[in-house]
Design a protein around this ligand. Structure first.
Ligand code: VG1
Ligand code: CO
Length: 542
């Protein structure tokens, strides 16, 4: 029976960089999830007759939320919901299913790299028919609808069994439970030379993939171990847990320290990688070498043609503005267009749809291509393995060769987490107000060449997005970006992005923090970071 339940708007249902993220207990409050889902249905013109995809990263409340969403889709007349078994789907697999099945859109249950559990974070994201995160025009509408909601519709019915594959009915709606891995694996086989990777792994090449007790475990086991022949046990932390085993499922040198220790220890494997909560991020580590995500993007751009799916070359590349310019140098050398977008994958959608870019990436450990409309952690791992299988070089040799060819963009991000929101806002406002006067002045030992509050005009639809980060460039080619995170659920996180280019042959193997010392000093001076936040050191350095 369809119930129409009265409700009232709940403040703060405003999607951030990637969907709506809140404390799990907030999402569990009566009506909270229901309001946001009804606001989503209202914003997209209803779901009557539509086909949707549904799945999540398995974190606490994933299973409960999936049942609610199914009943709300049925109550609003959806024709079919394709749901991953046990309501699981990695973000890239969900994007693929939307596209493969010609669905009208999908709901992804995840707070991605944020910790999970009853006392941690939960999230909900709507993806459109192209498989990509809803653009700002839609997320703004969802927020607007949430602010004028008076009722939501839900079917009064028992929970569905989502553990059994196949079709059942929920009211008038078909619920189709699918294997979360099968279609994704099939897609990967079309892009990469599985035989070459299998031969590499059979030749004694050892890898370690850390799934961080999150969604990529089943995918990585099926693909890397069962299909490609990596030794059993190569995939660690392979079982998705509702609290990710208490870990922070963010693949960077701090939160994936166990992998770093293995890769920098005695008898290290040849290749290490990790992914995040929902499987769209990747960290790449060679034996004794960490590859920054910005460098990884550049290496993929320079070598993608070695994989069958990209043998014809790339149409163009795109990076988020704070991502280093390493990929720009590859694009320039190869005569490819290169775009700089605001932070967040939703800004790549139009470029991918229009065929202007076929490879995209972010400094936050996300890279992907036009095979889906999300970043894709395992895809990046497979592309790296394909490249290694063809070049027959170590990760270190590939990086050394890359920097010798293109020069090296030393890069690091310093995060100051959980700082007072008012202090963070005041820091940004103060620096923003000073931007016009900065060019020509000195910051620590560097002279400022330009300063701007980054705004982006989408080249496809002309939409304008403002206030996307304060970008300061220095004479001699260094760069600094400051912005506030849009994915946190507590206080504010200040992200300080640091970059400096070097191409002198004897200066290509410096410690990045040493190479960036002048930029770090300039960041502290310009941002007045210590006086305003009370912090002298960042919490996380990537
Ligand atoms: C962060 C990253 C951004 C990424 C976003 C979602 O956003 O900086 O590059 O797209 O997370 O990633 P923010 O606003 O906190 O800087 V995921 O893997 O958490 O969906
Ligand atoms: Co993610």
């Amino acid at each position: 029976m369809i119930q129409t339940r009265p409700t009232a708007p709940i403040a703060g249902q405003k999607p951030g960089t990637s969907g709506l993220r809140k404390k799990t207990r907030v999402f569990m409050e009566p009506g909270y999830l229901e309001n946001f889902i009804q606001a989503t249905w209202n914003a997209i013109g209803g779901v009557a007759g539509k086909t949707l995809v549904l799945g999540g990263d398995g974190r606490f409340f994933n299973d409960r939320a999936a049942q609610v969403i199914l009943k709300m889709a049925a109550a609003s007349g959806a024709a079919r919901v394709i749901v991953g078994q046990n309501a699981l789907l990695s973000t890239p697999a969900a994007s693929n299913l939307i596209r493969q099945r010609g669905a009208d859109g999908g709901i992804i249950l995840s707070a991605s790299h944020n910790p999970g559990g009853e006392t941690e974070d939960f999230g909900v994201k709507y993806n459109a028919a192209n498989g990509g995160p809803a653009p700002e025009s839609i997320t703004a509408k969802i927020h607007a609808e949430s602010e004028r909601l008076t009722e939501y519709r839900i079917l009064d019915a028992p929970d569905r069994d989502l553990g059994t594959l196949g079709e059942t009915r929920l009211g008038e709606m078909t619920v189709e439970v699918v294997d979360p891995v099968a279609d994704y694996l099939a897609l990967m086989k079309t892009l990469f030379d599985f035989d070459a990777i299998r031969a590499l792994l059979a030749s004694g090449f050892r890898l370690r993939f850390d799934a961080m007790s999150a969604i990529t475990g089943p995918y990585a086991k099926a693909i890397l171990e069962d299909t490609l022949g990596a030794a059993p046990g190569s995939v660690v932390n392979a079982t998705p847990l509702p609290d990710f085993g208490g870990h922070h499922p963010d693949p960077n040198p701090v939160w994936a320290k166990a992998l770093m220790d293995t890769m920098f220890g005695a008898d290290a494997p040849d290749f290490g990688a990790a992914s995040d909560g929902d499987g769209d991020r990747n960290m790449i580590v060679g034996r004794g070498v960490y590859v920054t995500p910005s460098d990884s993007l550049a290496v993929l751009a320079a070598n993608a043609h070695l994989a069958p799916g990209y043998a014809g070359g790339l149409k163009g590349v795109a990076r988020s503005m704070p991502t280093s310019g390493a990929v720009d140098r590859v694009a320039q050398a190869r005569g490819m267009d290169c775009y700089a977008t605001p932070t967040g994958w939703k800004f790549f959608g139009n470029l991918l749809d229009a065929g202007r870019a076929s490879l995209c990436g972010e400094e936050s450990a996300g890279s992907g291509s036009d095979h889906v409309r999300e970043k894709d952690g395992l895809w990046a791992v497979l592309l790296w393995l394909n490249i290694l299988a063809v070049r027959r070089q170590s990760v270190t040799e590939i990086m050394t060769d890359h920097w010798a060819t293109f020069g090296r963009n030393y890069y690091s991000r310093h995060d100051y987490e959980g700082i007072d929101t008012d202090a963070a806002t005041a820091l940004m406002d103060s620096l923003r107000a000073r931007l016009p006067d900065l060019p020509g002045t000195q910051a620590a030992d560097l002279r400022i060449a330009s300063a701007e509050d980054f705004a982006y005009t989408d080249p496809v639809d002309g939409s304008v997005t403002e206030a996307q980060g304060l970008q300061i460039t220095f004479e001699g080619g260094a760069r600094l970006v400051l912005r506030l995170s849009g994915t946190g659920t507590e206080g504010a996180t200040l992200r300080v992005y640091l970059e400096r280019f070097e191409d002198a042959p004897d200066r290509l193997a410096l410690d990045p923090q040493d190479a960036l010392a002048p930029v770090i000093a300039a960041a502290h001076a310009l941002g007045e970071i210590t006086p305003r936040t009370g912090r002298t050191e960042p919490d996380v350095i990537t």
